[in-house]
Ligand binder design. Structure first.
Ligand SMILES: Cc1cc2nc3c(=O)[nH]c(=O)nc-3n(C[C@H](O)[C@H](O)[C@H](O)COP(=O)(O)OP(=O)(O)OC[C@H]3O[C@@H](n4cnc5c(N)ncnc54)[C@H](O)[C@@H]3O)c2cc1C
Length: 446
């Protein structure tokens, strides 16, 4: 069954014939070219310092092939951008799921974070000069980029805490401070940082104190101190940088959108981007189910005389995994449809649901697959351990679960509390009226 025939019926009416054809092409490219190339990519990266200095040649080969197949920049939705491949968020969501099954597929098709979110920023908020200098080479896959918001000294899930100083001096901005978890900063092709800092720390409106400024990676005063590891993985050549800024000077033309507009930008940036991660996560969960099924039917590895699939509990793992991934997919696709029908702002609730649910579901599924492999599951012989580590970070990156749940809970509670209380009160009174009219005693005690 090809990918286009597996589209959930609920999403099918929103998918064009062109998108269905492309979806099948993406599946073939991922399964036949990218997944086998994952190991080549890791082997070509090698060991030691070299991992940060070269880009595995297999990546450029895959990019050429993807371009020829027309599998390029699918993430920029046709509803909100003119620069992309002409698909909706929902259509890209189905494709991103497939890309999420391989380490190299997203970059090979120019749909990799953080460039996707950064390209959206340039397309949506950049001026013509900024687009020409940075968006064009990013869209062509010639350079890479990083978004620098999180700081080591403050709790950054509350972005009003950000301290990086952006001070205006004549025709320049001067930046001082430090950032960490700057994903992508390790890549030798990473040429531009989008840096969030405070340009007006005394503004009475705490959401107008911040700005986003463009800083070319080779600007004097920028120092990359180290690359942070994720559960021991260095994620080279991409990397997560710990970077300091000491009197870093850029021209005032490097301001994005305008002083004090930083919050607007991060909110605009993180909408579809959050969904992209969730979409790829569904693919990673599907891949884990494939590995789970392969292991539990391995005739060479029986326990107590039977393959694992003959033990009841294992079938329950497969069934639970199927339910969880299918449920999470519907939540993710629903959020994509909601963005297509309005914008990310109108879909805040659905985006938060997908952002929280998809990694939690995938982690439970991957964990079952790990368990089924025994010790092999935690080492480098399956993709499971690395995938688990990557997906675990999604419960923290782009805002931790707790923050999204708090906002979701607050919105649900505030928007419903009065109407719900009034309705229940009326229903109880009406029950009492009916009971008394029928000769019974009134029942409500609340
Ligand atoms: C792999 C990876 C890649 C990343 N890439 C980038 C990047 O490219 N650019 C970038 O700027 N940042 C990046 N980040 C950073 C990420 O966005 C932050 O880690 C995240 O926003 C949380 O901020 P913090 O680490 O400062 O945690 P803190 O703000 O210190 O929060 C710590 C913990 O407190 C709890 N908490 C917070 N608020 C609440 C609340 N309201 N109620 C209850 N509990 C709460 C949560 O459990 C949270 O995990 C990345 C992180 C990871 C792990």
């Amino acid at each position: 069954m090809s990918a286009s025939t597996r589209i959930p019926p609920i999403a099918l009416p929103f998918v064009s014939d062109r998108a269905k054809k492309t979806l099948d092409l993406v599946e073939e490219f991922v399964e036949k070219d990218c997944i086998p190339a994952d190991a080549v990519y890791s082997a070509q990266l090698g060991e030691g310092e070299k991992r940060w200095q070269t880009v595995p040649p297999v990546m450029e080969e895959l990019k050429l092939k993807a371009k020829k197949l027309g599998l390029w920049n699918m993430f920029l939705s046709k509803t909100h951008f003119k620069e992309g491949a002409g698909f909706s968020n929902l259509e890209y969501g189905l494709m991103a799921e497939l890309l999420g099954k391989s380490k190299v597929a997203s970059e090979a098709t120019n749909n990799a974070a953080p460039d996707t979110g950064n390209m959206e920023v340039f397309a949506k908020y950049g001026n013509e000069a900024q687009k020409k200098e940075w968006l064009v080479p990013l869209l062509e896959g010639k350079i890479r980029s990083a978004f620098l918001m999180t700081e080591p000294e403050v709790a950054s899930s509350d972005a009003t805490n950000i301290e990086m100083e952006i001070r205006r001096e004549g025709n320049e901005y001067v930046l001082n401070g430090s950032k960490w978890w700057s994903s992508g900063a390790g890549d030798p092709r990473c040429k531009i940082y989008l840096v969030m800092g405070k340009s007006d720390p005394n503004n009475r409106d705490t959401y107008r104190q911040q700005s986003v400024v463009l800083v070319p990676a080779d600007t004097p005063g920028v120092t990359i101190h180290r690359m942070l590891h994720v559960y021991g993985y260095d994620d080279a050549p991409h990397g997560h940088g710990h970077i300091s800024f000491k009197n870093v000077r850029v021209p005032i033309s490097n301001m994005v959108l305008g002083e004090g507009r930083g919050f607007e930008i991060i909110q605009g940036r993180l909408g579809p981007g959050r969904i992209h991660h969730a979409m790829r996560t569904i693919g990673a969960a599907e891949k884990a189910i494939e590995w789970l099924i392969a292991r539990v039917n391995d005739e060479r590895k029986k326990t107590f005389g039977k393959p694992l699939s003959a033990h009841g509990v294992i079938l329950e793992w497969i069934a639970k995994s199927r339910i969880e991934v299918d449920a999470a997919r519907l939540i993710v696709l629903n959020a994509a449809i909601k963005i297509d029908q309005g914008d990310a702002k109108a879909a805040l609730k659905e985006i938060a649901q997908a952002k929280v649910l998809a990694p939690q579901a995938a982690l439970a599924i991957i964990d079952r697959a790990v368990q089924a492999y025994g010790a092999a599951g935690v080492c480098q012989d399956t993709p499971l351990a690395y995938t688990w580590a990557g997906i675990r970070t999604l419960r923290i990156a782009d805002g931790p679960d707790e923050v999204h749940l708090q906002q979701l809970g607050r919105r649900e509670n505030n928007s419903r509390k009065e109407a719900v209380a009034a309705k229940l009160k009326w229903q109880q009174a009406e029950s009492d009226r009916l009971l008394i009219a029928s000769g019974f005693k009134a029942k409500s005690h609340l």
